[in-house]
Design a binder for this molecule. Structure first.
Ligand code: NAD
Ligand code: DAU
Length: 350
């Protein structure tokens, strides 16, 4: 019997992970703790909300008393920590909330886990989900390895790097059993449409401009979100305590090339001539301090734990585009209200 606290389970990656764990481990209790910020959405979890081994707690990870109460009430034996502010553009506009949630929130959870487990750390694990952005930006060659020195360049990546350092410090100082993974860009269903892929699919559908930052030459390494969730499950159960694992798709795309593929597939699925929506491409002012390229080497995860991505990109992107087109109600719900204000602030006069 294990009682697993998943933080940020109502977000994009968290909801895929919660679904996987609830369905795969009926003898575990999965406690999803999420503060339901703009990015959290319980509609992402409809499939599991009635299951006997699923619980939801609405709470802020920065609230120490509440975290203590949750650990005690649910007798938590493992944590998988995803709750975070996750969008780079928002971190440029408002860095404070990133320091608060990502650094102080992680520290608060670490302290609650350490205090609750202090008399018996056996079989306990604090799993911290992090990003490849902590390693900085690559030029045109090379990869990020687990040993690459940290060199974060945006307020978001600086806050994630800070949280990673606290996790390692708790392992070193208090012997808290921890594991960290650093993953590349995820794509798939239920991603909030502030991020490139869902934003562009929605704009193509509505014939709205596609705001390409700079020249569209930045490179990202894309991984289907369910493959990330599978990797987290594997590392949580089989990873070495105190270790770090990189997760990536060996799937690099220049933004403009990826956008052209999305346009082709979306046009086809909408019954338009393929490529018709290229006229929507609009080059806009670049993101400040825009990291040029990320590329993850996930050989260690493959060699030690046997993980490999399951989906080819062509299959994954078509599946993703189909999902957004078939789930317009989900999209309409998340883009109503504050989203319009966000969109205007981010893209008008850019
Ligand atoms: P997301 O923004 O979709 O979801 C974040 C979730 O955290 C939301 O449900 C939100 O309500 C919750 N949350 C935010 N602040 C909170 C707080 N103070 N207390 C409790 N809950 C809070 O993010 P995502 O894209 O699913 O990313 C999840 C994690 O994975 C993050 O830690 C992120 O840094 C990391 N990551 C993301 C990617 C990616 O491509 N999306 C890649 C690598 C790593
Ligand atoms: O690498 C992992 C990271 O990937 C995660 O840690 C972050 O949480 C996640 O948001 C993501 O960060 P990116 O900044 O790479 O993702 P985003 O979808 O915001 O942007 C992808 C690329 O597309 C990036 O080069 C910026 C560009 N872009 C993005 C938007 C939103 C555009 O050209 N136009 C846009 O409107």
């Amino acid at each position: 019997m294990r009682n697993i606290l998943v933080t940020g389970g109502a977000g994009f990656i968290g909801s895929h992970l919660v679904r996987l764990l609830v369905n795969k481990y009926p003898d575990y209790t999965i406690v999803n703790l999420d503060n339901l910020t703009y990015a959290g959405n319980l509609a992402n979890l409809k499939e599991v909300e009635g299951k006997a081994n699923y619980r939801f707690v609405k709470a802020d990870i920065c609230n120490y008393e509440k975290m203590q109460q949750v650990f005690a009430e649910y007798q938590i034996t493992g944590v998988i920590h995803l709750a975070a502010e996750s969008h780079v553009d928002r971190s440029i506009t408002d860095p404070f909330v990133f320091a608060k949630t990502n650094v102080i929130g992680t520290l608060t959870l670490l302290q609650a886990a350490k205090e609750y487990w202090k008399n018996d750390m056996n079989g306990k694990l604090f799993y911290h989900v992090s990003t490849d952005e902590v390693y900085g930006s690559l030029d045109h060659g090379g990869f990020f390895f687990e040993t690459t020195p940290y060199d974060p360049k945006s307020p978001y990546s600086a806050s994630k790097a800070g949280s990673d350092h606290f996790v390692r410090a708790f392992h070193n100082t208090y012997k808290l059993p921890v594991v960290i993974s650093n993953c590349s860009n995820n794509y798939g269903p239920y991603q909030f449409p502030e991020k490139l892929i869902p934003l562009f699919i929605n704009n193509i559908r509505h014939n709205k401009p596609l705001p390409v930052y700079g020249k569209g030459e930045n490179v990202r390494d894309w991984l289907y979100v369910e493959d990330h969730a599978r990797a987290i499950d594997l590392i949580f159960h089989k990873g070495k305590v105190g270790d770090t694992y990189n997760i990536g798709g060996f799937n690099e795309w220049k933004n403009i090339d990826l956008i052209r593929v999305m346009i082709k597939v979306t046009d086809r699925l909408l019954g338009r001539p393929e490529g018709e929506s290229e006229k929507l491409i609009t080059y806009v002012t670049d993101r400040a301090g825009h990291d040029l390229r990320y590329a993850i080497d996930s050989t260690k995860l493959h060699k030690e734990l046997g993980w490999l991505p399951s989906l080819q990109f062509e299959e994954g992107i078509e599946k993703t585009i189909r999902w957004y087109l078939d789930n317009q109600v989900w999209m309409d719900n998340v883009t109503s209200g504050d989203y319009q204000k966000y969109y205007e602030q981010m893209y008008t006069n850019r």
